[in-house]
Design a protein around this ligand. Structure first.
Ligand SMILES: Nc1ncnc2c1ncn2[C@@H]1O[C@H](COP(=O)(O)OP(=O)(O)OP(=O)(O)O)[C@@H](O)[C@H]1O
Length: 315
């Protein structure tokens, strides 16, 4: 990295900074007022169901789609004024690979390496071996997993400072997925203070390698939290309510709630003991307990909670 680049990065302290990003397709809002920051060395897992807006967000970050509103800054430079020097420091692995199918693996590497002055031949050779990619095979004869690995190699060999991966594990079998996540992403992608943003709808992937998780649905980033803090910041409150009564008020921190006879369950974010006490005091609650929640349940509840609110608004 050049000295001047470092000072820009130090001033912004963020490899990726997105503010108020919005993208509409006709009347539908694909990305809705999304803001996030990823400092160097951090891996951000963008988790969301189909159609949440993950690919559109990443496509805007690499300049393949233009935002309607908001700003994107990568390595201290606005996306609207991106220079070739910064473009070369951004690695991108798309959801659907567009590597020329008629090229041999060696030809792909020759072609892409000519575009990047900082292409690392040793790393390329090492990854070729680790991934067991056959140099002489044509891309159209490679399996889906092999193409995914080639896509990652091509993104990693130029040693990017920012790596953007759109559903990098989709279509991979469980063994290759394990190898990909732990053997490759964890060692290669997260090395050297690189900022990594990857999208997935696999909770496991995110829990395994991300430092921070952002849960996205309907274009909105609903929750952003460090993976190690999630257990403290999100809790399930299970309250027993008086016979024949209903909860009187649900706080806005309740990202999901359900009443089943006398049991009232609420997932609270951000959680605090005072909040639980306040809920108990303002409602006909006879007793309650606070439970931990798994990332998988949290993900499902965030999505279900939003569907529930949407249904209630419609009825
Ligand atoms: N070019 C486009 N024209 C019209 N609508 C689009 C276009 N691209 C995306 N969308 C819509 O925007 C929304 C967000 O799509 P996007 O592909 O970003 O979601 P995603 O979270 O990546 O989903 P998946 O996990 O299925 O890939 C969807 O409703 C999708 O139909």
């Amino acid at each position: 990295m050049h000295q001047a680049d470092r000072s820009v990065l130090a001033a912004s302290q963020c490899a990726i900074r997105i503010d108020g990003l919005t993208k509409r397709f006709g009347k539908s809002v694909a990305v809705d007022d999304l803001s996030l920051v990823v400092p160097p060395g951090q891996t951000f897992g963008l988790l969301g169901p189909n159609g949440a807006g993950k690919s559109t967000t990443i496509r805007m970050m690499v300049g393949l789609t233009q935002p309607d509103e908001g700003t994107i800054e990568i390595l201290g430079e606005a996306a609207t004024e991106r220079t070739v020097a910064v473009k070369r420091r951004i690695g991108y692995v798309p959801e659907k690979h567009h590597i020329y199918p008629w090229m041999r693996v060696s030809e792909v590497l020759g072609f892409v390496s000519s575009l990047y002055p900082q292409w690392d031949d040793d790393l390329s050779d090492e990854l070729l071996e680790v991934f067991e990619l056959p140099r002489h095979k044509r891309v159209r004869h490679l399996s889906k997993g092999m193409v995914a690995k080639l896509g990652l190699l091509v993104a990693l060999a130029p040693q990017p400072d920012v790596l953007l991966l759109d559903e990098p594990t989709s279509g991979l079998d469980p063994l290759i997925r394990d190898e990909f996540l732990e053997g490759i992403l964890a060692t290669q992608a997260q090395a050297k203070g690189r900022a990594v943003l990857f999208s997935s709808h696999h909770i496991d992937d995110v829990a395994r390698i991300a430092d921070v998780v952002g849960i996205m649905d309907g274009g909105r980033l609903i929750l952003t939290e460090e993976v190690t803090h999630i257990h403290d910041r999100v809790k399930l409150m299970q309250a027993v309510i008086e016979d024949g009564t209903l909860p009187r008020s649900t706080p806005e921190e309740a990202i999901w709630t359900q009443v089943d006879r006398r049991q009232w369950s609420l997932t609270l974010y951000p959680f605090s003991q005072e909040l639980a006490e306040q809920i108990a005091a303002e409602n006909p609650v006879t007793r309650y307990e606070i439970l931990d929640i798994s990332l998988e349940n949290l993900f499902k509840q965030v999505i279900r909670g939003r569907r529930q609110v949407a249904r209630e608004k419609r009825s």
